[in-house]
Design a protein around this ligand. Structure first.
Ligand SMILES: Cc1ncc(COP(=O)(O)O)c(C=O)c1O
Length: 242
């Protein structure tokens, strides 16, 4: 699909490690010409690893999100990752109105700074990242144990480490399950939206896979303090609609 979408005008491809699941980087690399920059949307993949290498560190640049539904949160905000010094300097300028170290603005930008106060909220979480990831992996394993063979379960490819930003299952009776579980006080969510169903992005052609994902995907509660009894309760609710 990526191969088909690339045209002579394509300068970069922005690929998503969705819900913390590392995408197949080799497949992506082989689908595009080496002159095209590969960028990573690692918004939900802090701590996830593709074949041992950190997501956000694979392409020319990556972005992380610190939104409340993410693994580390500062309420709002995010970060850009890159191993390229020139890009890093450019990003620092763009973050700060385009101002360079000589106090000149050669190319204007706006204010993309993450406030120091928010960094003070995020840094202690970053120091505990391994612990946070382990707890999320515990919850994911707990769901997998309870729902294996019942619904379509998420998982990483062999050799990859999932970051478990979200635990999104797929089931045909998603809508019924979502309404019933919510009525019982279990906060499940639509797993993912399909852009072409939203007014601003309509009429761009058929996207049957996005349709199916939108109709069937359900995000289960996922935070580091979920107990076994709570996992039992969610799984029991899901089983009724499988
Ligand atoms: C895959 C992905 N990309 C981008 C974003 C946007 O992140 P933010 O809300 O921090 O701009 C999100 C978060 O909702 C996300 O999950």
């Amino acid at each position: 699909k990526v191969y088909e979408a690339v045209t002579p005008r394509t300068k970069a491809v922005l690929a998503v490690h969705l819900f913390g699941r590392p995408l197949d980087w080799t497949a992506l690399q082989s689908a595009v010409d080496p002159g095209i920059h590969l960028l990573e949307d690692a918004a939900g993949a802090l701590g996830a690893r593709w074949q041992g290498m950190p997501c956000g560190g694979l392409g020319a640049m990556g972005c992380l999100s610190f939104h409340p539904r993410k693994i580390v949160t500062t309420g709002e905000g995010g970060a850009v990752t890159t191993g390229d010094g020139e890009l890093a300097a450019a990003i620092r300028r763009l973050r700060h109105h385009g101002l360079d170290p000589n106090a000149d603005i050669a190319s204007p930008s706006t204010n993309y700074r993450l406030a120091d106060i928010l960094c003070a909220v995020g840094l202690p979480q970053l120091r505990r990242l391994d612990e946070l990831l382990a707890e999320r992996a515990r919850v994911a394993a707990g769901y997998a144990e309870r729902l294996d063979g019942v619904v379509d379960l998420p998982g990483a490819d062999e050799g990859d480490t999932h970051g478990w930003q979200a635990y999104v299952i797929r089931l045909d009776r998603r809508e019924e399950a979502m309404n019933a579980l919510r009525a019982e006080g279990i906060e499940v969510q639509i797993g993912t939206y399909a852009l072409h169903h939203l007014s601003a992005y309509r009429d761009q052609g058929p996207f049957p896979c996005a349709d199916a994902a939108f109709e069937r995907a359900l995000a289960l509660p996922l935070h580091s303090r979920l107990t076994d009894a709570e996992l039992d309760r969610v799984a029991e609710g899901i089983r009724r609609f499988a």
